[in-house]
Design a protein around this ligand. Structure first.
Ligand SMILES: [Zn+2]
Length: 229
């Protein structure tokens, strides 16, 4: 074969490999949105396809509720001129490699850790939903990175705001994030984890699915974040 012909075949093969990599998602750019300069917060909508997170009693996935609140929060922060970045802005998690669901989950968490570690002084605000076998358990609870005063103060402000405005009967208080939560045990950012409610409680889930309640939570979080720092 002439070297010209070999060159042609190699070129075609390289194009095929590149195309395959694109199809498999290897070239996917991490789906972060940066809004403004001098970023003050990293907003992290937990989970994302293929990881739906907790599943509600009616099949609603945690990842869609987390995203809905995080996107509303981002809009509210923009309105308050609070510069921030988002770890994800669509229904997909931010995996960048792997073909199995497990590999994608590992890649996703690594990418979130990278985003946090590249900006380790910036508070990380992670939005999640809770779930519990006893379906009567409900209420918002805010967790903070253990031993971090800035995170504890932020978590207390958020919890007080929720308890005052939307759940006066709630007696939940802030708690340190468990060392078993992989993401938070691998970042040093002042971090708060907002468990916005229990998808295992049908009344709370029905509220969490409404635009109004999502907006109310987003507004409360944005007010607290805008008032800090
Ligand atoms: Zn979660």
């Amino acid at each position: 074969m002439s070297s010209k012909r070999i060159h042609g075949i190699v070129s075609v093969m390289m194009i095929c490999v590149a195309f395959t990599l694109i199809i498999c998602g290897y070239s996917r750019v991490i789906g972060r949105k940066v809004s403004g300069e001098n970023i003050r917060y990293i907003i992290d909508a937990g989970h994302g396809i293929p990881d739906g997170g907790a599943v509600g009693v009616d099949g609603t996935t945690e990842q869609e509720l987390n995203l809905a609140i995080a996107l509303k929060l981002s809009t509210q922060l923009d309105q308050r001129s609070v510069a921030h970045m988002m770890t994800r802005t669509d229904e997909n998690s931010i995996y960048s490699e792997g073909e199995t669901i497990h590999a994608k989950k590992v890649s996703d968490v690594k990418n979130r850790i990278s985003i946090a570690n590249e900006n380790s002084s910036i508070p990380l605000v992670s939005i999640h939903m809770n779930s519990y076998p006893n379906s009567s358990v409900h209420g918002i609870q805010v967790f903070y990175s253990d031993g971090n005063t800035q995170a504890k103060d932020l978590a207390d402000l958020l919890q007080n705001s929720f308890n005052t405005a939307v759940q006066p009967e709630n007696t939940k208080v802030t708690k340190a994030i468990s060392k078993n939560v992989y993401l938070f045990s691998h970042v040093s950012n002042p971090s708060v984890l907002i468990e916005c409610g229990f998808v295992s409680n049908s009344d709370e889930l029905n509220k969490l699915k409404t635009e109004e309640y999502q907006q109310q939570l987003a507004n409360l979080i944005a007010d607290v974040l805008a008032s800090c720092g």
